[in-house]
Design a protein around this ligand. Structure first.
Ligand SMILES: NC(=O)c1ccc[n+]([C@@H]2O[C@H](COP(=O)([O-])OP(=O)(O)OC[C@H]3O[C@@H](n4cnc5c(N)ncnc54)[C@H](O)[C@@H]3O)[C@@H](O)[C@H]2O)c1
Length: 254
């Protein structure tokens, strides 16, 4: 009998896999037996993820793709099918926080960049991933969202709107494709120590204030998210779809 959480034989695509949560998740999916398509904008950093998966006996390949470019997203999914013949798992993870500023000082360029990278790209990824999964009889999609998907992040109206939208896309697709064997869920990470968060936490006082708001008393690590994604992608989660999973040390339950 297969081990619980075993992903042998599966083909997984991870976007934004050159760093942080995406890198940790690509590595864990590889460790669980999936063949991993490492999608990254930065080829050199993406290759580091590929090499780390191969170093422990896994199978991985690099696909260069910029989530701000619609054509790249279509080509990315085509490349997975060309190289591995199918797509079973997709973790739509790439994202940016955007420039923080009071709402009335935000500009259209920042809005456009964050909405394209964090929301429109997820729509396009899902569109092409679902088409691929339908051809092989099903699959699993996990979208990386945020606490900002359900609660406002002051100074980041673009990020808040984009992440709320990601939950909408998740639920829309989960309902539409449930009968065709495609499960779609979202993860909402809390404070996870990655390059994206670190730049906000350089000041020890800011860091202490952030930690004091976490009931668990510690920041999360990329692996905490990776394990949750791997669970949602496994057969253990076979009846879970349309769900939003908070992985945040209890931040959002107050
Ligand atoms: N770290 C946290 O505390 C936290 C909390 C909530 C949600 N998230 C979400 O987790 C996801 C991953 O963030 P992270 O914390 O690992 O940060 P990170 O900066 O380490 O990783 C983000 C990844 O997205 C990639 N990326 C950004 N724009 C891209 C583009 N146009 N094309 C292709 N790739 C692009 C980056 O290159 C990087 O690999 C994001 O969607 C973020 O919103 C993070």
């Amino acid at each position: 009998m297969a081990e619980p959480f075993d992903l042998s034989g599966k083909v997984a695509l991870v976007t934004g896999a050159s760093s942080g949560i995406g890198q940790a998740t690509a590595q864990l999916l590889g460790l669980r037996g999936a063949r991993v398509a490492v999608a990254a904008r930065n080829a050199a950093r993406g290759l580091e993820t590929v090499e780390s998966i191969r170093a422990v006996g896994g199978t991985a390949t690099l696909i260069e793709a910029d989530m701000e470019v619609a054509a790249d997203i279509e080509t990315m999914v085509e490349a997975v099918l060309e190289q591995f013949g199918r797509l079973d798992i997709a973790f739509n993870n790439a994202g940016i926080t955007g420039r923080a500023a009071p709402f009335h000082e935000q500009d259209l360029d920042d809005w456009g960049e964050v909405i394209m990278t964090n929301l429109t790209s997820v729509f396009l990824c899902m569109k092409h991933e679902i088409a691929a999964m339908l051809r092989s009889g099903g699959g699993v999609i996990v979208n990386n969202c945020s606490g900002a998907g359900v609660m406002a992040a002051p100074g980041l109206p673009h990020y808040t709107a984009a992440k709320h939208g990601v939950l909408g896309l998740t639920k829309a697709a989960a309902k539409e494709y449930a009968a065709q064997g495609i499960r779609v869920n979202a993860i909402c990470p809390g404070f996870i120590e990655t390059p994206q968060l670190s730049r906000f936490l350089e000041d020890p006082e800011v860091r202490a204030a952030a930690v004091s708001g976490i009931p668990a008393g510690v920041m999360g690590q990329p692996d905490d998210i990776a394990r949750a994604v791997a669970f949602l992608c496994s057969g253990e989660a076979a009846y879970i779809s349309g769900d939003t999973m908070f992985v945040d040390g209890a931040v959002m339950c107050r």
